[in-house]
Design a protein around this ligand. Structure first.
Ligand code: NAD
Ligand code: UDP
Length: 311
């Protein structure tokens, strides 16, 4: 039985990861400041004596006896990470320093949940891990993008300088049950709007693309990366679904699956909104023998069922 610390463990991704790792027979410390996460996301795990929920902010040091750390704490939706931009960057920078310090002291393995946002508004398409990205360092998305880029730097430097055992994954747009209903991300927004027969708000002309991964595929990829035993394979590795859709196609698909009366309306495109995004996943296929299994339609149906019950 491993003792695993999951920061951001009561958020969307963290709650699914906690559940899977607990079911696989591990002991979990789920650490969260409940900024975007909630107890409700993990309440079904609380009866398990190997699950512990701790209210803590990772910008402050934390000490525990642990074997592994999954560092997920950080708001992920543009609405939430821009709400308190300084706090967002502190979470990525100070939070990573605190968690890397803990990993160093305990000789624990640590995985960083990085993001496709490190590629910014990419000029290279699809994005491979060797692409350095096209990020605006002073824009409204920078607190998140640059915070995550610095976090990757810190992980690499702790690895090179202090031999900390690290793994870095770059997560592409992920969706599923337990997404925060007000976080403004496109999948949850469209599903909620369609269920309520309200207008579907497509930003810009809807020709921008994203590649959507269902949560269960992400959790499998994360665990495979953590469990990978090649010490010199630290990543970064892209974890995402390479099937690309325009935002307009997503809107149409959601309307069709729900049988909604919603109309599509066009609204202003947010500043620095990336125009295209699609992962090259050859590295994950080769090193982790991982590829996503759940097609968009199947994942959307599960997510729609969740939100139907929720609202
Ligand atoms: P989320 O907002 O649901 O979860 C983030 C969790 O971190 C929340 O529970 C929040 O309360 C907690 N948190 C935030 N700041 C904290 C702090 N200072 N101390 C302690 N806890 C804190 O988002 P998510 O979608 O579950 O994302 C999880 C991780 O995966 C994030 O690091 C995010 O950057 C990364 N990621 C997610 C996606 C995606 O599409 N969901 C894509 C790329 C990367
Ligand atoms: N988007 C949209 N309508 C919405 C919410 C988002 O058209 O109600 C667009 C957004 O402008 C972006 C894409 O959908 O082009 C994905 O946005 P999201 O916030 O989910 O994630 P991002 O990939 O931008 O971080």
């Amino acid at each position: 039985m491993k003792k695993i610390l999951i920061t951001g463990g009561s958020g969307f991704v963290g709650s699914h990861l906690s559940e899977r790792l607990l079911n696989e027979g591990n002991e979990i410390i789920c650490l969260d400041n409940f900024f975007t996460g909630s107890k409700e996301n993990v309440i079904h795990l609380m009866g398990n004596k190997y699950f512990e929920l701790v209210r803590h902010d990772i910008t402050m040091p934390y000490f525990a006896e642990i074997d592994e750390i999954y560092n997920l704490a950080c708001p992920a939706s543009p609405v939430h990470y821009q709400y308190n931009a300084i706090k967002t960057i502190k979470t990525s920078v100070l939070g990573s320093i605190n968690m890397l310090g803990l990993a160093k002291r305990k000789n624990a393995k640590i995985l960083q949940a990085s993001t496709s946002e490190v590629y910014g508004d990419p000029i290279e398409h699809p994005q491979t891990e060797s692409y350095w990205g096209n990020v605006n360092p002073i824009g409204i998305r920078s607190c998140y993008d640059e915070g995550k880029r610095v976090a990757e730097t810190l992980f690499m430097d702790y690895h090179r300088q202090n031999k900390v055992r690290i793994k870095i994954i770059r997560i592409f747009n992920t969706y599923g049950p337990r997404m925060h209903k007000n976080d403004g991300r496109v999948v949850s927004n469209f599903i909620i709007q369609a269920l309520k027969n309200k207008n579907i708000t497509v930003y810009g002309n809807g020709k921008q693309t994203r590649s959507f991964q269902y949560i269960d595929d992400l959790v499998s990829g994360m665990i495979k990366m953590m469990n990978n035993t090649e010490d010199n394979f630290v990543g970064p590795v892209n974890i995402g679904n390479p099937i690309e859709f325009t935002i307009l196609q997503l809107a149409q698909k959601v309307i069709e699956l729900i049988g909604s009366k919603s109309k599509i309306v066009f609204a202003k495109l947010p500043q620095d909104d990336p125009m295209q995004r699609k992962p090259d996943i050859n590295l994950a296929k080769e090193k982790l023998e991982w590829k996503p299994k759940i097609p968009l339609e199947k994942g959307l149906i599960k997510t729609i069922e969740y939100f139907r019950k929720k609202i």
